[in-house]
Design a protein around this ligand. Structure first.
Ligand SMILES: Nc1nc2c(ncn2[C@@H]2O[C@H](COP(=O)(O)OP(=O)(O)O)[C@@H](O)[C@H]2O)c(=O)[nH]1
Ligand SMILES: [Mg+2]
Length: 316
């Protein structure tokens, strides 16, 4: 499948991403085979439902395709009750590209397991890169932790807001500010654009300047295409900035530091669950601990010991 995908077989690409989504050993094997095969500039698109991410993505696809480069789009659907309809909207918004062989659009479901999704997305990106796509756009619905995780794995993150955003009390505003490499004020055909821009600038001036990159603020009207050339310029400028002085590598290294630890945690958990804690046993143990019949501070180190052997360091 990997050979077929790298030769441009779209069905093989789709099947590989399905394997990634399903997880387990086959997913790890796909990840292992594809991780060093290609290189894609990865752009995360995030923001509240309805902000215009899919409409913007549709425009970006058109712009990229005008340069004849192929690209991949992953639309992440958290399958939650309040965003259940988002993916259908995404498909409708991007259906103009359905017949274009140079565009691979795929929605990924989380099946209620957000951690799993955050893990699966970078792997899916690498499948697309292995299939020869130099650009991958990831659209997330913007409801929380997933965005942060996806942004961590993206080379550039575009945060889409609308007029009125400044007035809304939104718990993750600061979080969005932190992950934004480019701010888009979409629906700039509406009132209140200046206010949002002022608010973003005010927040930026308060935020610690952890990098020399200062996020640009672009105004767009996605459904007419206004501001799209400026957005493309900002995305290219960021790519150039990253390519300069090894910043791509620095970002990716930071990502892999976290990711390696995460992979180790998962591998260790699998080992523990395989050797000393089945689902039924976990269930039983939880009942006992809740009923104060077993002391978890004694049992857990014992479980770890039975998986890895005795070790003084295992005391938790
Ligand atoms: N007035 C206005 N409507 C827009 C603009 N961009 C998108 N929309 C509309 O907003 C709705 C949600 O857009 P969509 O791209 O699906 O948002 P997403 O949930 O962020 O992907 C659609 O009906 C779009 O046509 C814009 O710039 N101005
Ligand atoms: Mg959408």
């Amino acid at each position: 499948l990997v050979d077929a995908a790298s030769a441009g077989d779209r069905t093989a690409v789709a099947r590989l991403i399905s394997l990634i989504e399903r997880g387990g050993d086959p997913a790890r094997e796909v990840a292992r085979l594809t991780y060093s095969m290609g290189d894609a500039y990865t752009i995360g698109m995030t923001g509240a439902p309805g902000a215009g991410k899919s409409t913007l993505t549709d425009r970006l696809i058109t712009e990229v395709r005008a340069t004849a480069q192929p690209l991949g789009v992953l639309a992440i659907d958290p399958s939650s009750p309040f965003t259940g309809g988002a993916i259908l909207g995404d498909r409708v918004r991007m259906q103009g590209h359905a017949l274009d062989e140079g565009v691979f659009i795929r929605s990924m479901a989380t099946r209620g397991h957000l951690g799993g999704l955050a893990l699966a997305t970078p792997e899916a990106v690498r499948v697309l890169a292995a299939a020869g796509m130099p650009i991958v756009i990831i659209e997330t619905v913007g409801v929380g932790q997933v965005e942060v995780e996806v942004a961590r794995a993206a080379d550039s993150t575009v945060v889409v807001v609308n007029p009125g955003w400044g007035d809304s009390i939104q718990a993750n505003k600061a979080g969005l500010l932190e992950i934004a490499d480019i701010f888009v004020i979409n629906k700039a055909d509406r009132d209140g654009v200046d206010r949002v821009e002022q608010e973003i600038r005010a927040m930026q001036s308060l935020a610690a300047h952890h990098a020399e990159w200062i996020p640009s603020i672009i105004r767009t009207v996605a459904n007419t295409g206004e501001g799209l050339p400026e957005l493309i310029d900002a995305i290219s400028a960021m790519e150039k900035w990253l390519a300069d002085q090894g910043r791509f590598e620095a970002r990716r290294k930071a990502y892999w530091r976290e990711r390696i630890l995460e992979m180790m945690r998962h591998a260790l958990m699998r080992q523990i669950r395989r050797h000393s804690l089945t689902d039924a046993e976990l269930d039983h143990l939880a009942t006992e601990v809740a009923g104060r019949k077993q002391d978890p501070y004694r049992t857990v180190p014992k479980l770890v010991e039975s998986a890895f052997g005795p070790n003084e360091q295992h005391r938790t």
